[in-house]
Design a protein around this ligand. Structure first.
Ligand code: NDP
Length: 284
């Protein structure tokens, strides 16, 4: 019998997770059903329990339920504990067993950067945004020992909070926070846009001096066309990437948790890129 999985969120219609997991499953010869599950804002737990009663084996969790998913679980991986948020749930196969929570967003980003050949060790990093995504990626980035990591946020208090919280894993890395307007005006090696601004076709107000031809500019958002952040980076000679690969890589880590095997992400990146181009053409 097919195993049952889902991605839960609100909204959820746009999610590409079913396509990704179905491609992984085909590659591995695994029989599974992967659904999109919409839950009302105040109905996350009820939707999860109902899914478990239907025999659900695992679930991906997206906006806005990652914190609730963490709270609902009985056991948490160290990286979920760090993020205080979960994007992956593993359900017990026997009644009364624990619900386990993990967070694969951070390793997804790090694996995608490695895929693109982007160095982290010894480099100067800038992260724009201090929300859930930044929280999820900070530890895996710091573990790769950048020389400096600056978190710049619209509300600087949130950036300062993260600096304090992650000081224990910063090691020799110079970890600091600042408002967007006060970013040090010299080119960074890697700038990660962890704000949703690109989804609204907005560019955070950034000094031009922070980017140069040696900079890699990574937008966690993705679309068929380059995002405004990627266009801004490319116009200054930097190398831009979007977050499509991060999405596929975090999914591969969830797949590994559920099935014990890690799929090859390269063909799925291509398939997803094509699927997005087809959908966005239809929407034009
Ligand atoms: P949150 O809502 O938790 O945090 C958003 C952050 O962005 C906040 O720090 C907020 O600042 C800042 N921000 C929001 N809008 C703007 C703007 N217009 N200009 C400048 N700053 C802004 O979101 P998440 O951290 O969960 O997600 C961030 C992005 O990352 C989303 O686009 C999400 O889709 C993407 N993502 C992609 C993944 C992938 O696999 N590719 C995985 C996870 C996330 P303030 O604190 O001042 O409000």
């Amino acid at each position: 019998m097919s195993q049952l999985f889902a991605v839960i969120g609100n909204p959820i219609e746009h999610s590409r997770s079913p396509l990704i997991h179905q491609q992984f499953a085909r590659q591995m010869g695994i029989d599974l059903v992967y659904e999109k599950l919409w839950a009302p804002i105040d109905g996350f737990e009820a939707a999860v329990r109902e899914f478990m009663e239907r025999g659900g084996a695992g679930m991906n969790v997206t906006v806005p339920f990652k914190l609730e998913a963490f709270d609902l679980a009985d056991e948490h991986s160290p990286r979920a504990k760090r993020a205080l948020a979960a994007n992956t749930l593993v359900f017990p196969q026997e009644a009364g067993g624990p619900i386990r929570a993990d967070n694969t967003d951070g390793i997804g980003l790090v694996n995608d950067l490695a895929f693109h050949g982007v160095e982290i060790t010894g480099r100067r990093l800038l992260i724009l945004g201090a929300g859930g995504a930044t929280r999820g990626v900070l530890e895996p980035l710091l573990e790769r020992t950048p020389s400096a990591l600056t978190i710049a946020n619209r509300n600087p208090e949130r950036a300062y909070g993260l600096v304090e919280e992650f000081a224990d894993v910063a090691g020799d890395c110079l970890l600091s926070g600042c408002p967007l307007a006060a970013i040090e005006a010299t080119p960074f090696d890697l700038i990660i846009n962890a704000t949703p601004a690109s989804l609204a076709r907005q560019l955070p107000p950034l000094p031009d001096e922070i980017i140069g031809p040696e900079t890699t500019a990574y937008d966690m958002a993705y679309s068929a066309e380059p995002t405004v952040f990627m266009e801004w980076a490319a116009s200054r000679g930097a190398s831009p990437h979007d977050g499509l690969g991060m999405l596929v890589e975090q999914a591969a880590e969830s797949f590994l948790l559920w099935h014990g095997r890690r799929p090859d992400t390269a063909p799925v990146r291509l398939a997803l890129r094509e699927a997005i181009a087809r959908t966005e053409q239809r929407q034009d």
